[in-house]
Design a protein around this ligand. Structure first.
Ligand code: TRP
Length: 329
């Protein structure tokens, strides 16, 4: 039996190098192992305030970035979450089997509640339940995500297991797929922190559509240390991060990279890291520009995908309705 792979991405308009290495890039790789269903999660996005015009643009540019990152729309489904209404419908049902206490323990909720203290809405709180619905609707086997989503994935598994205890075999319990290499790319300016597009300092992150000279500047000004030795060592987050990025972009192991740069200065090393990023992203950037110039094609991808995804989701939802005791339509 072919495996079903599901993942979602926020339409934030910027995919950082961290998102790319830690998550999106793996979608195309892992989707070779089965059927990939990928969603641009606009419903999740509105848990924080969005400008409507920008949101619409970002949904489309994120979709284009996903395709440009190598997810083949001929073999996988790439749809917009709000186009498949079953996500909201199942989410409500799962809400009734998720505990207030469980959601209160979600670290992302706690972080976001702090960051958006003037808008701690119910959607922000139940966000992980919607994510569980996304996953469970497709009888998903594998969920490729970055490490930051591990807790949400565990919750999805808990909800599925709990409901299976009441309604036998209702859901398939999904497995997470968290990459080992480059799972966590750190900020270029504060390498103890994760690379994040919400960082107010744009030098701290690289967007996958940054121009080559921007990438070069950002790498050259990346925070390192004064050890003057290129090596992967405990307590050297800046150096370790650049080595991780280099290794992720070139496919070379960290050990091989360390050997390659032995005796060289930080300047030469940082330039090489930038060049590796520029070379690695260049085909993606060309494809992205081509896609953004062809909205008709993008539309054909997301419409067709939503139709197919909708058909699968509707079946799961009908099964859930049946088992929990609703009257069939
Ligand atoms: N919450 C995820 C993030 O912020 C995005 C997401 C939504 C997702 N639904 C999902 C990821 C389902 C995996 C599976 O990155």
């Amino acid at each position: 039996m072919e495996k079903t792979i599901f993942s979602g991405i926020q339409p934030s308009g910027i995919i950082t190098l961290g998102n790319y290495i830690g998550a999106v890039r793996n979608w195309s790789r892992i989707s070779e192992q089965g059927k990939g269903i990928f969603s641009v999660v606009d419903l999740h996005a509105i848990t924080v305030r969005q400008d409507p015009k920008e949101l619409r643009e970002r949904i489309l540019s994120t979709l284009a970035m996903v395709i440009a990152s190598g997810v083949d729309p001929e073999k996988n489904l790439i749809f917009i979450q709000s186009h498949v209404s079953a996500h909201c419908e199942l989410s409500w049902i799962l809400n009734c089997y998720t505990m207030f206490g469980e959601l209160s323990r979600m670290t992302q909720f706690k972080d976001k509640a702090q960051r958006y203290a003037d808008n701690i809405n119910a959607g922000l709180f139940t966000y992980p339940v919607l994510m569980a619905a996304d996953i469970l609707l497709y009888d998903t086997d594998l969920v490729p995500v970055g490490v930051d989503q591990k807790q949400h994935l565990e919750l999805a598994r808990d909800i599925a297991t709990r409901m299976n205890g009441i309604f036998p075999k209702l859901f398939k319990v999904p497995e997470g797929y968290i990459p080992s290499v480059g799972a966590k790319v750190m900020s270029l300016t504060q390498p103890e922190k994760k690379m994040s597009k919400s960082d107010p300092n744009p030098k701290s992150y690289i967007s996958i559509i940054d121009e080559p000279d921007q990438i070069m500047k950002k790498c050259r000004s990346a925070v390192t240390d004064s050890e003057n030795r290129i090596a992967y060592e405990e307590g050297r987050p800046g150096m370790n991060n650049l080595l991780t990025i280099y290794s992720a972009m070139t496919g070379e192991t960290i050990e091989a990279a360390v050997a390659r740069f032995e005796g060289q200065g930080y300047g030469a090393f940082k330039t090489a890291v930038a060049e590796a990023i520029i070379a690695g992203l260049s085909p993606l950037q060309q494809e992205y520009r081509r896609l953004m110039a062809d909205p008709g094609y993008l539309r054909s991808v997301y419409t067709r995908s939503a139709e197919e995804a909708g058909a699968i989701a509707a079946k799961t939802l009908a099964r859930v309705h049946e088992q929990i005791g609703f009257v069939g339509r």
